[in-house]
Write a protein that binds this ligand. Structure first.
Ligand SMILES: Cc1ncc(COP(=O)(O)O)c(C=O)c1O
Length: 406
């Protein structure tokens, strides 16, 4: 079915939160949740459930929920479900794996981080390197264009690089670096590629093997699901790693990486979120979920690109608005500042009019500073699957009023 099968009114109907009336541009911080996800969470919590096992129905239910959630994430990311690890958040998973991966690094070894990244894909590597005496090298993006060219990563990769950590998309300005080219550089040097897919996974169809990433982290609460984190890697690669774990807990992959009992209700919600994404564009329900995801993401991208163009055209007519999201390939996440006015004032002004577009640097502290925006950042307007043209018009109207008040 053609991408035009995207029916935003049908999609919005599934989001009870939207009935509160706000126009939500705060999706990059965490999306609103469809009714099907909430129902899956509630039904799991109100059904007989126990720890995973094979003896009682309650044990079998927990087991089935885990298996289904790994399968759903496998479909979303085009990876083997046997390499899906669940954790509390992408931040927690990155810290956990940074400790594990750095256990055989030492002085002279190097790790590359980028200034485009959220701190969740910087600090865990910086602290891990500090602990073992390894060196951190910084890949700088171009503040004028917002681009992180592969050459900027290549300039700091050496034959001592053990790992390159980079984002699939900036949560501040949306830039989507050329991951396959960066993977080629990292792998040619014998380094692993760790990709923060938290922002990207919500907007573009993900095919982890095609990006060349060895590790991919994402967070379902950014793509209509509940609050947890997901790591994807090839099971064969995970087999080579030995994280700190309790003695009685499973040493199998991927369970070896999962600390404590899994949040079954959130896993059920994650499966429901992937199913919801697969049906964003109504396709033939008998098609495999991955095929439906491919069609639905094509439709989502077209929908979000159209609204982004509408928003940008409106912003271009507003004097004194500076747009910082400039990269050629990027998500529909726009960072803006206002000549002579604080973005935080615009944030509050819009909030009073039921338009939620927060201001800040959103933990992309290095990126905000590199752009010259300090720790204050700017106003971020992020589009989501439920955003419609009326939302965009409300945002533009609010910004016009804000401007007229100066
Ligand atoms: C790009 C990016 N990376 C990492 C994170 C952190 O994710 P989590 O809250 O799952 O740790 C965020 C959250 O905003 C993000 O936008």
């Amino acid at each position: 079915m053609a991408p035009s099968a995207y029916d935003v009114d049908r999609i919005r109907w599934h989001f009870p939160a939207l009935r509160e009336g706000a126009a939500h541009f705060d999706g990059p911080g965490g999306s609103q949740v469809p009714d099907t996800v909430a129902t899956a969470v509630v039904e799991t919590l109100t059904s007989a459930i126990s720890n995973r096992g094979t003896v009682t129905p309650a044990e079998r239910r927990a087991d089935r929920i885990v298996v289904e959630a790994r399968a759903a994430m496998g479909d979303l990311l085009a990876v083997d479900p046997g390499g899906i690890v669940f954790g509390r958040s992408a931040t927690e998973l990155t810290f956990h794996l940074a400790r594990t991966l750095s256990s055989d690094w030492g002085p002279g070894d190097e790790v590359v981080v980028s200034r485009l990244d959220h701190d969740a894909n910087i600090r865990p590597w910086v602290l891990a390197a500090e602990t073992v005496g390894a060196t951190v090298r910084w890949a700088d993006f171009d503040p004028a264009t917002g681009e992180l060219p592969p050459e900027a990563v290549g300039a700091v990769v050496t034959d001592r690089t053990r790992l390159v950590a980079v984002t699939a998309a900036s949560n501040l300005i949306g830039t989507r670096p050329d991951l396959p080219a960066i993977a080629e550089i990292a792998h040619a040097a014998g380094a692993l590629l760790w990709v923060d897919g938290v922002h990207a996974t919500a907007h573009v169809l993900t095919d982890v093997p095609a990006t060349g990433a060895d590790f991919w982290v994402c967070s379902p609460y950014k793509f209509l699901g509940p609050h947890l984190g997901v790591l994807a890697a090839a099971p064969e690669l995970l087999e080579t790693l030995h994280p700190a774990k309790l003695v009685p807990s499973s040493n199998a992959v991927p369970e070896r990486f999962e600390l404590g009992t899994l949040p079954y209700e959130l896993l059920a919600g994650t499966t429901a979120a992937v199913d919801f994404l697969a049906d964003l564009a109504l396709t033939d329900p008998s098609l495999p979920r991955r095929a439906r995801l491919v069609t639905s993401f094509a439709a989502l991208e077209e929908h979000e690109d159209g609204l982004r163009a509408h928003l940008q055209a409106g912003l271009a007519e507003l004097p004194g608005v500076r747009l910082w999201s400039r990269a050629v390939h990027r998500t529909p996440t726009l960072l803006m500042t206002f000549d002579g006015r604080d973005a935080a004032d615009a944030y509050r002004f819009l909030a009073e009019r039921g338009v939620n577009a927060p201001a800040g640097s959103f933990y992309a502290l290095e990126a905000s500073r590199w752009l010259g925006l300090g720790d204050a950042g700017g106003l971020r307007a992020g589009l989501a699957p439920y955003t419609d043209a009326d939302d965009v018009d409300r945002l533009l109207r609010g910004l016009r009023e804000f401007h007229s008040m100066c």
